[in-house]
Design a protein around this ligand. Structure first.
Ligand code: NAP
Length: 228
């Protein structure tokens, strides 16, 4: 069974995830940070694109002690499985996501990835190979499903989310919209990549919840899917 995919991002009032230099910026506050930590803790896996690893070097660990305690009591690792989508195996061997905190790691690469780099990654993570030049996201999700991963939180960035949306793989989206404008046509947005051309192709959403958090707003969307 394919996993349920929940995207979570913080964006500026003008829809940017970071600056045009891909520099991480503080968009939300402590309250939203805690919500995201719980969402992560309630997931089997947390996924990012290699762009986010190279820009931010995140560990993707669960930060709150009580969330980690709950996971331990449920017989789980303290942190969800951490998954990086990285077609050409560019992930630095010293990346925080490969080392910080207990738990499994998966790096998804394509057949174009250099064998030596893949061998290096295998020291720290399970490697899944799909797609010719780029990771085949649908095949990846199928494989993650066979590994028992039922619920994945996707933290970004824009290119990976764009790929997942285009492939029709996203089920829910949380967007926290903060009270800043970052600007810049080259700054990442929620769904980068090629985008859709025709209205009939657009990804349609249903608003499940809107909630004011501090000086921003949290929107929770469900993605309409044909046949669901
Ligand atoms: P990204 O989405 O993290 O990673 C994109 C990369 O994933 C692609 O360049 C591609 O590189 C790889 N990839 C492999 N297969 C893919 C596929 N099928 N579809 C799409 N991508 C695929 O990178 P990004 O768009 O540059 O975003 C990074 C920025 O987002 C950073 O500035 C970070 O700070 C920001 N960010 C913000 C938030 C937030 O909530 N505000 C959250 C996360 C990240 P290869 O082909 O080389 O594999």
């Amino acid at each position: 069974m394919r996993p349920h995919i929940i995207v979570n991002v913080a964006m500026s009032a003008d829809g940017k995830l970071s600056t045009r230099e891909r520099r991480q910026v503080k968009i939300s506050g402590v309250q939203d940070f805690n919500r995201v930590d719980r969402l992560k803790s309630d997931s089997d896996a947390v996924m990012v694109g290699i762009g986010t690893v190279l820009a931010d070097d995140p560990s993707l660990t669960v930060k709150a002690d009580e969330c980690r305690d709950i996971r331990r009591r449920r017989g789980l690792d303290e942190h969800p499985v951490r998954i990086v989508v990285d077609s050409t195996a560019r992930i630095p061997p010293a990346a925080s996501v490969l080392h910080k905190g207990e738990g499994k790691r998966i790096v998804a690469v394509s057949k174009a990835a250099d064998e030596q780099k893949v061998a290096e990654i295998r020291k720290y993570a399970t490697v899944i190979i799909t797609g010719e030049d780029t990771v085949d996201l649908t095949a990846l999700m199928d494989e993650l499903g066979t590994l028992g991963i039922r619920r994945i939180m996707v933290e970004g960035g824009g290119a990976l989310i764009g790929g997942l949306v285009t492939a029709g793989l996203v089920d829910e989206i949380y967007t926290f919209i903060g009270n800043i404008i970052i600007g810049g046509r080259d700054a990442p947005t929620l769904a980068d990549g090629e985008g859709f051309l025709r209205e009939s192709e657009f990804c349609r959403l249903r608003l499940l919840e809107e909630r004011r958090i501090g000086n921003g707003i949290l929107l929770h969307w469900a993605v309409y899917k044909s046949g669901k």
